[in-house]
Design a protein around this ligand. Structure first.
Ligand code: HEC
Length: 311
């Protein structure tokens, strides 16, 4: 006996639409799953999860002022240093090596080792393109004075004026077409920067360091009036006075005022002025019960505070 095939494959191949008739349910099902997955993870699918949003630390891109020793910028005569000479160019070449090569490169092409990491590239001195302040001596002087801080060109305002002119003459040897300054351009430099007078530049430290030092200073500071008083006292008599002052004062902050008022008074006047109205000036009433010896100690302590306050 021959059984009929359960699935008639030949028949199915002849009429493939019937095959679809059986499987569309599975496609629907899979489509449904994909759809559900998409909707459920909509938040993460639409975002690039590999680069999480990080707020930049402002300390990384806000430049602090550098540590600088105070300096006297020696006076120069602008009509002398403003004129190029072999000795100025030679001097400038040396200064260029130590100050500028790291960014502007050995040959002033703007390809120094630090340049690679900079978004705004250091100027190529061989090209006349893109100069912001300009290529005249007077304009480059301004660049060195102020820097172009937004793009990473530092200020060289602590470099002596004569050295700056030497560097300028040197970098102007990189191309033949540097524009010439008129006499009035140079005299303008003198007018703006008083080059013939020289400049006294104050020392400066980075703001961050200053804040740290200040915080340290504050945490080292005597914290309580007690500590303040005993730190002021240098003899046992004064120390005793400091203790008494702590005991008999109602308002420790006012003691210093009392100390100031003790100035020029002898012991008797001092006792009188305190006992006449102790409460108002920050003492407790018990101050009236001090022994002579204790008054003595208190007096010598407060006049010592007074002395130190003045100095
Ligand atoms: C920390 C890197 C760095 C150092 C060091 C540096 N420069 Fe620059 N310099 C730059 C950058 C960056 C620019 C481009 C600035 C811009 O295009 O805004 C620039 C531009 C200049 C310019 C063109 C200004 C203009 O008008 O566009 C001059 C001139 C210059 N530098 C001179 C010097 C001299 C001279 C020195 C050394 C005394 C020096 N630089 C040291 C980074 C530096």
């Amino acid at each position: 006996m021959r059984y009929k095939d359960e699935i008639d494959f030949k028949e199915l191949l002849k009429n493939p639409i019937r095959l679809f008739g059986l499987s569309y349910i599975y496609f629907l099902f899979i489509g449904g799953i994909i759809g559900a997955y998409y909707i459920l993870s909509f938040n993460s699918i639409t975002r690039n999860e590999t680069t999480p949003i990080v707020l930049a630390d402002s300390a990384q891109f806000v430049q602090d002022i550098p540590m600088q020793r105070g300096a006297l910028i020696a006076p120069v005569n602008v009509t002398e240093v403003g004129v190029s000479s072999k000795s100025l160019i030679d001097k400038g070449a040396l200064l260029f090596k130590t100050n500028c090569v790291s960014c502007h490169g050995d040959n002033g092409m703007g390809d120094g080792v630090s340049a690679a990491a900079m978004t705004i590239k250091p100027r190529n001195f061989h090209s006349s393109v893109g100069w912001k302040n300009g290529r005249k001596i007077s304009q480059i002087y301004k660049t060195l004075q102020d820097g172009i801080l937004t793009s990473g060109m530092p200020a060289f305002n602590y470099t002596p004026a004569a050295d700056r002119f030497a560097i300028i003459h040197f970098i102007r040897t990189f191309a033949a077409d540097f524009p010439v300054d008129s006499l009035s351009d140079l005299l303008d430099l003198e007018r703006v920067y008083s080059l013939s007078k020289g400049t006294q530049l104050p020392a400066q430290i980075p703001i961050k360091l200053a804040l740290q030092l200040k915080a340290q200073e504050c945490s080292n500071d005597v914290k309580t009036v007690e500590e303040f008083c005993s730190s002021m006292a240098s003899t046992t008599q004064e120390e005793l006075g400091a203790k008494i002052a702590m005991n008999v004062s109602a308002n420790q902050g006012k003691i210093v005022t009392v100390a100031l008022s003790a100035k020029g008074k002898n012991l008797d006047d001092f006792i009188k002025s305190v006992t006449s109205d102790p409460i108002t000036i920050g003492f407790k009433a018990s101050v009236a019960r001090l022994s002579n010896e204790e008054w003595n100690a208190l007096y010598s302590f407060l006049s010592k505070v007074n002395k130190d306050k003045k100095s």
